[in-house]
Design a protein around this ligand. Structure first.
Ligand SMILES: C[S@@+](CC[C@H](N)C(=O)[O-])C[C@H]1O[C@@H](n2cnc3c(N)ncnc32)[C@H](O)[C@@H]1O
Length: 225
């Protein structure tokens, strides 16, 4: 496995990560790269104890978790336009994509909510271990949470309909939802409740992953006066 510098077995992971970052056009500091590698280490170390993810091989974690989540960073940064965004990641599990966002976007405040206490505790542990003062794990069902988040994200959480309905109480009036999806979810879009506007669908290419990926951006439709 890796140490905090990504040495030993992590050398291969580090190379894979660097190649992926290049292909995604992401420029991260050495510290951020080291934090991403340490995060894989923490998932590998605590995965079984906390029952975090079915993906156990570090090389698979690199593509299926890290690079998949990293693919959202450039679109997110573009949306934030340098503003100090408050972001909620719903059903974050091991912290995907929330922890990756917290590492890559230190100006954003990232809360990861999960209904499983162990998973929220793991996020808290990651925040302490990686010294991420902008990251917090929240143990709660999202439908019981209230907030004014600028961006609410999810990955592998629920249908678009359930995602926006369950997290509606957490989104600021002018906030946006960002759902990470595989194939273009035409049926889910058609089933969205009235008053939800899909204003952008973005196709993604995840390095090393031969699979469809897209981002669905949604907001509340402006009320007709
Ligand atoms: C399939 S996992 C996805 C985890 C992570 N986002 C990922 O991409 O690997 C779905 C997560 O949603 C959480 N979850 C399910 N219902 C929830 C709810 N109502 N509120 C918050 N979390 C919920 C589960 O505990 C689980 O960790």
């Amino acid at each position: 496995m890796t140490d905090s510098t990504g040495a030993s077995l992590g050398g291969g992971l580090r190379d894979g990560l660097q190649a992926g970052l290049k292909s995604l056009g992401l420029d991260l500091s050495e510290q951020q790269v080291a934090q991403l590698l340490s995060y894989i280490d923490l998932i590998a170390k605590w995965g079984k104890v906390y029952n975090l993810t079915a993906v156990r091989q570090p090389s698979e974690m690199l593509t299926h978790h890290l690079l998949d989540s990293l693919a959202v960073i450039a679109p997110l940064r573009a949306a934030a336009q340098g503003r100090a965004i408050k972001l909620l990641d719903v059903g974050s599990g091991a912290g995907l994509p929330g922890v990756v966002i917290a590492i890559c976007c230190p100006d954003m405040t990232v809360h990861c909510v999960d209904t499983v206490a162990k998973k929220a505790a793991f996020i808290q542990q990651v925040a302490v271990s990686l010294q991420l003062s902008n990251l917090k794990g929240v143990h709660e069902r999202v439908e019981r949470l209230a907030g004014h988040y600028d961006i609410v994200t999810s990955r592998a959480f629920a249908s678009l309909q359930d995602f926006v309905t369950l997290s509606s109480g957490t989104l600021a009036a002018e906030g946006v939802w960002l759902a990470m999806k595989g194939k273009h979810p035409a049926e889910e879009i058609a089933n969205l409740p009235a008053g939800i506007d899909v204003f952008h669908v973005e196709q993604l290419k995840v390095p090393g992953l031969d699979a469809d990926r897209c981002l669905i951006w949604m907001k509340r439709a402006a009320a007709v006066t």
